[in-house]
Design a protein around this ligand. Structure first.
Ligand SMILES: C[S@@+](CC[C@H](N)C(=O)[O-])C[C@H]1O[C@@H](n2cnc3c(N)ncnc32)[C@H](O)[C@@H]1O
Length: 291
């Protein structure tokens, strides 16, 4: 198990009644490490959700169909460019799911990025070797059988559906570690300040209905303000990939836990302060913590 998962798993009051909900599914690392309870996952990336859907419905046959794509002959720029073009032209959900997995593992930095026309445009990753994780895929296929895949979309839909006893784990794009000058209009993955604020507000609403919501993020002045109504737990994690301004090394991380009935007041007032501050400046201003 990844060491960074330990504090997150410790923060989840699992074992109670209720569902486990993950609105920012990504690679489902947390879901794969929680006990088998009824679970619901979602991500706004429709291509990723289509991959999980194919893996769940076709299981071993789908995994078998992926393996030939990982022959050493597939690890060249020519094959990559050809399959990337096929992926962008294809409208067949199963073929798109196969090619998505190939591209995800062979693309630069394992990135998934589309241009404004919805075309996947990440270049070849030039890895000397790309392994095929057959056993992990089969394990995920098995786990997905007990998971509800919500339609791809925004996190707020699942958070607003959380009920008393449910446990929601949120892993949004990070708030910036330092310079927040452009954050009001643009954040990592297009996840900007308004989205971070919406998340904190939706977490409080869910807690008011009796759910537990756990959010992880960088430990910054901004995140401490955003999660003012939550119980905060700080820990350090090792980052090997530069992400949202973070460089290699340890980075302070925060876990915010909204226990049932956390109250909304703090988040709302912080939101108005940020909106007022953004409106008073032509260029989005540096986020300021309130006294
Ligand atoms: C930091 S990753 C999640 C990582 C995940 N915990 C894992 O184990 O890999 C953030 C994910 O949130 C998704 N995302 C971004 N904006 C979103 C939104 N508004 N609603 C739902 N998902 C979103 C991205 O597509 C990405 O997969």
């Amino acid at each position: 198990m990844l060491p960074m998962l330990i504090p997150i798993l410790e923060a989840l009051p699992l074992g109670r009644r209720g569902r486990f909900i993950e609105p920012f599914a990504g690679s489902l690392t947390v879901l794969l490490n929680v006990p088998l309870v009824p679970s619901v996952v979602c991500d706004k990336n429709a291509v990723l959700m289509n991959f999980y859907s194919a893996l769940r419905s076709r299981g071993r046959a789908f995994v078998d169909s992926l393996e030939p794509l990982f022959a050493p002959s597939g690890n060249t720029r020519e094959v990559f460019d050809h399959l990337r073009a096929e992926f962008n032209a294809s409208t067949d959900p199963e073929r798109r799911a196969q090619l998505f997995f190939y591209l995800n593992k062979h693309a630069f930095n394992g990135l998934y990025r589309e241009n404004s026309k919805g075309i996947f445009n990440v270049p070849f990753g030039r890895f000397s070797f790309v392994s095929f994780a057959r056993d992990e895929l089969l394990h995920l296929a098995e786990r997905l059988k007990s998971v509800t895949l919500a339609p791809a979309g925004d996190f707020e839909v699942l958070l607003d559906d959380a009920k008393a006893g449910d446990i929601v784990y949120c892993d949004p794009a990070y708030v910036p570690l330092s310079d927040t000058a452009n954050f009001a209009s643009y954040g990592a993955d297009g996840f900007d300040f308004a989205d971070q604020l919406r998340l904190a507000q939706a977490a409080v609403r869910a807690a008011d209905r009796g759910a537990t919501v756990v959010i992880s993020n960088h430990d910054t002045e901004l995140s401490r303000e955003l999660y003012a109504r939550a119980e905060l737990h700080q820990f350090d994690i090792w980052r090997s990939i530069s992400r949202a301004g973070a460089t290699r090394g340890t980075a302070p991380e925060l876990i915010a836990t909204y226990s049932p009935k956390s109250g909304l007041a703090g988040v709302e007032s912080f939101g108005s302060r940020m909106k007022a501050s953004a409106a008073s400046s032509k260029k989005p201003s540096k986020a300021k913590a309130s006294p």
